[in-house]
Design a protein around this ligand. Structure first.
Ligand SMILES: [Zn+2]
Length: 109
Protein backbone atom coordinates (compact mmCIF):
# COMPACT_ATOMS: atom_id res chain seq x y z
CA UNK A 1 0.00 0.00 0.00
CA UNK A 2 1.31 3.40 -0.91
CA UNK A 3 1.31 5.37 2.33
CA UNK A 4 2.79 8.39 0.60
CA UNK A 5 -0.41 8.91 -1.36
CA UNK A 6 -1.38 12.56 -1.48
CA UNK A 7 1.72 13.70 0.30
CA UNK A 8 3.79 14.32 -2.78
CA UNK A 9 4.56 17.99 -3.06
CA UNK A 10 4.10 19.76 -6.34
CA UNK A 11 6.93 20.91 -8.48
CA UNK A 12 7.11 24.66 -8.85
CA UNK A 13 6.47 24.43 -12.60
CA UNK A 14 3.37 22.33 -12.03
CA UNK A 15 1.99 24.81 -9.51
CA UNK A 16 2.12 27.54 -12.12
CA UNK A 17 -0.10 25.46 -14.36
CA UNK A 18 -2.82 24.72 -11.84
CA UNK A 19 -4.74 27.69 -13.14
CA UNK A 20 -8.04 28.97 -11.82
CA UNK A 21 -11.21 27.44 -10.47
CA UNK A 22 -13.67 26.85 -13.35
CA UNK A 23 -16.57 27.73 -11.04
CA UNK A 24 -15.49 31.01 -9.42
CA UNK A 25 -12.21 31.85 -11.21
CA UNK A 26 -10.28 32.01 -7.95
CA UNK A 27 -6.62 31.08 -8.24
CA UNK A 28 -6.05 27.56 -6.97
CA UNK A 29 -4.00 27.09 -3.85
CA UNK A 30 -1.35 24.45 -4.53
CA UNK A 31 -1.54 23.29 -0.90
CA UNK A 32 -5.07 22.03 -1.63
CA UNK A 33 -3.88 19.84 -4.50
CA UNK A 34 -3.49 16.10 -4.19
CA UNK A 35 -1.59 14.14 -6.79
CA UNK A 36 -3.69 11.14 -7.78
CA UNK A 37 -1.50 9.79 -10.52
CA UNK A 38 1.85 10.72 -11.91
CA UNK A 39 3.98 9.34 -14.66
CA UNK A 40 6.54 10.69 -17.10
CA UNK A 41 3.96 12.26 -19.43
CA UNK A 42 1.00 13.06 -17.23
CA UNK A 43 0.04 14.20 -13.76
CA UNK A 44 -3.50 14.00 -12.41
CA UNK A 45 -4.47 16.23 -9.48
CA UNK A 46 -7.53 16.62 -7.33
CA UNK A 47 -7.87 20.14 -5.98
CA UNK A 48 -10.31 21.91 -3.69
CA UNK A 49 -11.10 25.56 -4.32
CA UNK A 50 -10.52 27.58 -1.15
CA UNK A 51 -13.01 30.18 -2.33
CA UNK A 52 -16.14 28.27 -3.42
CA UNK A 53 -15.26 24.79 -2.01
CA UNK A 54 -15.84 23.09 -5.33
CA UNK A 55 -13.55 20.27 -6.40
CA UNK A 56 -11.76 19.91 -9.69
CA UNK A 57 -9.60 17.38 -11.43
CA UNK A 58 -6.59 18.70 -13.28
CA UNK A 59 -4.62 16.75 -15.82
CA UNK A 60 -1.23 18.11 -16.75
CA UNK A 61 0.24 16.53 -19.86
CA UNK A 62 3.66 16.96 -21.37
CA UNK A 63 3.32 16.79 -25.11
CA UNK A 64 5.72 17.11 -28.05
CA UNK A 65 8.48 19.72 -27.57
CA UNK A 66 7.81 19.46 -23.80
CA UNK A 67 4.73 21.59 -24.20
CA UNK A 68 2.71 21.51 -20.99
CA UNK A 69 -1.07 21.43 -21.36
CA UNK A 70 -3.61 21.40 -18.57
CA UNK A 71 -7.21 20.20 -18.53
CA UNK A 72 -9.38 21.31 -15.62
CA UNK A 73 -12.69 19.53 -14.96
CA UNK A 74 -15.14 20.32 -12.19
CA UNK A 75 -16.07 17.18 -10.28
CA UNK A 76 -18.55 16.03 -7.66
CA UNK A 77 -16.06 13.47 -6.47
CA UNK A 78 -14.61 14.20 -3.10
CA UNK A 79 -10.95 13.55 -2.55
CA UNK A 80 -11.75 10.62 -0.25
CA UNK A 81 -13.88 9.01 -3.00
CA UNK A 82 -10.97 9.13 -5.38
CA UNK A 83 -8.55 7.82 -2.78
CA UNK A 84 -10.79 4.82 -2.09
CA UNK A 85 -11.22 4.26 -5.83
CA UNK A 86 -7.50 4.32 -6.39
CA UNK A 87 -6.89 1.93 -3.52
CA UNK A 88 -9.20 -0.65 -5.12
CA UNK A 89 -6.63 -1.37 -7.81
CA UNK A 90 -3.69 0.28 -9.48
CA UNK A 91 -4.87 3.20 -11.59
CA UNK A 92 -4.08 2.85 -15.26
CA UNK A 93 -4.34 5.37 -18.07
CA UNK A 94 -7.53 3.54 -19.11
CA UNK A 95 -9.06 4.46 -15.75
CA UNK A 96 -8.24 8.10 -16.37
CA UNK A 97 -10.00 7.92 -19.73
CA UNK A 98 -13.02 6.28 -18.10
CA UNK A 99 -13.04 9.03 -15.49
CA UNK A 100 -12.88 11.71 -18.16
CA UNK A 101 -15.77 10.08 -20.02
CA UNK A 102 -17.77 9.84 -16.80
CA UNK A 103 -17.15 13.49 -16.03
CA UNK A 104 -18.11 14.51 -19.54
CA UNK A 105 -21.37 12.55 -19.46
CA UNK A 106 -22.29 13.78 -15.99
CA UNK A 107 -21.73 17.38 -17.07
CA UNK A 108 -23.89 17.13 -20.19
CA UNK A 109 -26.94 16.02 -18.20
ZN1 LIG B 1 -13.94 28.21 -6.81
Amino acid sequence: MNTEFGKTSLLKGEMNFLGRCPACKAVFCAEKATILQKDAQQTLFHIDCVSCKSSSLITLSIGPMHLLTSIIVLTDLHKSDIVSLSKAHAVTSDDVLVLHKYLKSSQSK
